[in-house]
Design a binder for this molecule. Structure first.
Ligand code: NAP
Length: 333
C-alpha cells in the first residue's frame, strides 16, 4: 500500500462520536528517518477511553488536539527500520493511532512483543494487553481479594470485566457479574464460571442484585458508574473495597453523578480510583502472570473483531451499545 489513511479529530463529539467528528484522508506512507521505524498497523483496540480522549473533559492525558491523528492503542508490525531498536518483522504495541501506518521513534513508547508465544495477536491485545492488565492490577493490587469474599464486577462480559471475574474465581472468590441481556448473563456463568449474573437491562435488575448478594459485597470492581454503581455501593459490607476503574455510563453524555457518600462513611469503605498506566513499571510482571493463567486455562479469552480502518468510528459505538462480546477490536490489515 502506498497511501496512509488517517482519521484526524476535527470536532469534539457532544454525544456519541461519529464519522462526522473526523476527517478521513490519505497521505503518502512516511519513510523512517534515522532513529525511526515504520509500523504497519494490524489491530486497533477499541476502548471506552477513545471517547474520553475525544472530549475536553477532565482526564488523565491531554485530550487529542483538533487536527491530530486520533489516538488509539494497537498492535502492528515493523515494516521498515532505521534504528537498531526495532527489526523488520518485530510485532509492537503502543499508541499507534487510527491510521494504516505509524512512525515510531527509538526514544518513543512502543513495546516489542515477545516472539514464539502460542498466543494470537487478538489475544495479546486482549488478555495480555491494557485491558487484561487493568483487570489484574485493579483487582489484585488495589482490592486485595481474599478467598471466600464476594466480588462484583460491572461490564462483566467485556474486556476488563470478564478477566476480573475469571481471576476472582481462580482466587476462590464468589463472583457476580453485571452485564446486559440474558445471553451475556448465561455466558459469564456457564462459559466463564461466574457464580451469578445480574442483567442491568432487565426491569427487575435491582431485585436481581439483591438476590445475587445475600451476604453483601466485599469488593466492587466498578466499570459502569451511574445508577449501577450507586446500587452496588448500597450492598457493600463493612470495610469493603472498591476499585474504581471506569464509569462508562457517563462518557457519551459527560453526565456527572449526584452521589450519596453515606455508605462510604457508615460501611468504612475504601474507594480507589486508578489508571492502568500507574502500573507501567510492572507490566511485564502482569503479562507473565496473565499469560500463565491463560495457558493454564484459568482465563478464557473472547474477542469481537470488526474489520476495515474506515469503520472505526462506527465500530467504537458498539462499546456503548453493548453490541459485542469480550474485547472489541478492529482488524486493519
Ligand atoms: P468493555 O467492557 O469490553 O465494553 C464496554 C461495556 O460497557 C459494554 O459491553 C457494556 O456492557 C457496558 N456498558 C456500556 N454502556 C453502559 C451503561 N450505560 N451502563 C452499564 N454498562 C454499560 O470495555 P472495556 O475496555 O473492558 O472497559 C470497561 C470499563 O473499564 C470502562 O469503564 C473503561 O473506561 C474502563 N477501563 C479503565 C481503565 C483504567 O486504566 N482505569 C483501563 C481500561 C478500561 P454489556 O455488553 O454488558 O451491555
Amino acid at each position: 500500500m502506498t497511501a496512509n489513511r488517517q482519521f484526524r479529530l476535527i470536532a469534539r463529539p457532544t454525544q456519541r462520536a461519529s464519522a462526522a467528528n473526523f476527517s478521513f484522508a490519505e497521505s503518502p506512507v512516511p519513510a523512517p528517518s534515522a532513529g525511526d521505524a515504520l509500523v504497519r498497523v494490524r489491530y486497533l483496540s477499541l476502548d471506552p477511553t477513545n471517547r474520553i480522549w475525544m472530549s475536553d473533559m477532565d482526564q488523565y492525558m491531554p485530550p487529542v488536539e483538533l487536527g491530530a491523528v486520533m489516538r488509539g492503542v494497537g498492535i502492528g508490525e515493523i515494516v521498515a527500520s532505521n534504528t537498531d531498536k526495532y527489526a523488520v518483522g518485530d510485532i509492537v504495541t503502543g499508541l499507534l493511532g487510527w491510521q494504516d501506518y505509524c512512525l515510531v521513534s527509538e526514544t518513543g513508547g512502543v513495546s516489542v512483543l515477545p516472539k514464539g508465544l502460542p498466543i494470537s495477536l487478538p489475544v495479546m491485545l486482549n488478555v495480555l494487553g491494557g485491558t487484561g492488565l487493568t483487570a489484574y492490577f485493579g483487582l489484585i493490587d488495589l482490592a486485595k481479594p481474599k478467598a471466600g469474599e464476594t466480588l462484583i464486577v460491572s461490564a462483566a462480559s467485556g474486556a476488563v470485566g470478564s478477566v476480573v471475574g475469571q481471576i476472582g474465581k481462580s482466587l476462590g472468590l464468589r463472583v457476580i457479574g453485571i452485564t446486559g441481556g440474558p445471553e451475556k448473563c448465561r455466558h459469564i456463568v456457564q462459559d466463564l464460571g461466574f457464580d451469578a449474573a445480574v442483567d442491568y437491562r432487565a426491569a427487575d435488575w435491582q431485585a436481581q442484585l439483591v438476590a445475587a448478594t445475600p451476604d453483601g459485597i466485599d469488593i466492587n470492581f466498578e466499570n459502569a458508574g451511574g445508577e449501577i454503581m450507586e446500587a452496588v455501593m448500597g450492598r457493600m459490607n463493612l470495610f469493603g473495597r472498591m476499585s474504581l476503574c471506569g464509569m462508562i455510563s457517563g462518557y457519551n453524555t459527560g453526565e456527572k453523578m449526584a452521589f450519596d457518600y453515606s455508605p462510604m462513611l457508615m460501611r468504612r469503605l475504601t474507594v480507589r480510583g486508578f489508571i492502568i498506566t500507574d502500573f507501567a513499571d510492572r507490566f511485564m510482571e502482569g503479562i507473565g502472570a496473565l499469560a500463565g493463567m491463560l495457558l493454564a486455562g484459568k482465563i478464557k479469552s473472547n474477542e469481537t473483531i470488526a474489520e476495515g480502518l474506515e469503520n472505526v468510528p462506527a465500530a467504537l459505538n458498539r462499546l456503548f451499545d453493548g453490541d459485542k462480546l469480550g474485547k472489541l477490536m478492529l482488524k486493519v490489515s
